[in-house]
Design a protein around this ligand. Sequence first.
Ligand code: 13P
Length: 260
Amino acid sequence: MRTRFIIGNWKMNKTATEAVAFVRRLSEEVTALDGIQAGFAPPFTALHAAGEALGTASPFLLGAQNIYWEDKGAFTGEISGPMLKGLGCQFVLVGHSERRQYFGEQDSWTNKKVLAALRNGIQPILCVGETLQDRDTEQTDLVIQRQLRAGLAGIEGQTLATMTIAYEPVWAIGTGRAASPEQAVPVHRLIRQTLNELGGSSEAGRRVRILYGGSVTPQNIADFLASEEIDGALVGGACLDPVSFATLIKVASGSNPTKA
Ligand code: 13P
């Protein structure tokens, strides 16, 4: 049984002060998580404030949106695993399509970042997804497999099985045009099959959590989670408002709106 996981990706939004207000409001809305994991990834500059506001008793996980693969040194502007660990980060997004699209992130970098996160005891969330052009030219499977094989190179059996993958079709991100579950589910199956091939057994495919991302809202989250292939969501726009994010979590945890 895989535990559902809902992650909010704040992208380049919210100052440290705004992050504190968000955490306070979210903590009023959701005081406990029942059979589900949830967390969010503020920008680096709000991690400390968000972590302090969460405190040690919060059920929410704190994560980062990116990591550099060296632990320290002359890499101006970069943030390393030990730095994130020191701020209380428990997970980190790797290879988000916006990093690939706007910052030239290569598959080989995502691999080094996944390895750096693992080395520092931070859960990497490897993001994969095809562009509209890839989909239109029937390259989706090839692109997803390439991103997985390259991003997970050198990661073996037990460790592979602890990974989390986020499938985010680029054309569905921030467009209000979510993939339909009928479009997403075959890709989730392909991801599991590829993980089994990489791991040499069915263990990875059975245990790895695969989240869907791309225009997820409190209104459509249940449709995705109705498939047992989809273990949660990576949410952008709809995670920025604490009430909307809390509603999404409540729907995902299957509880009524007064408790999550
Ligand atoms: P939206 O939910 O705004 O489409 O963003 C998805 C995303 O990129 C999360 O990482």
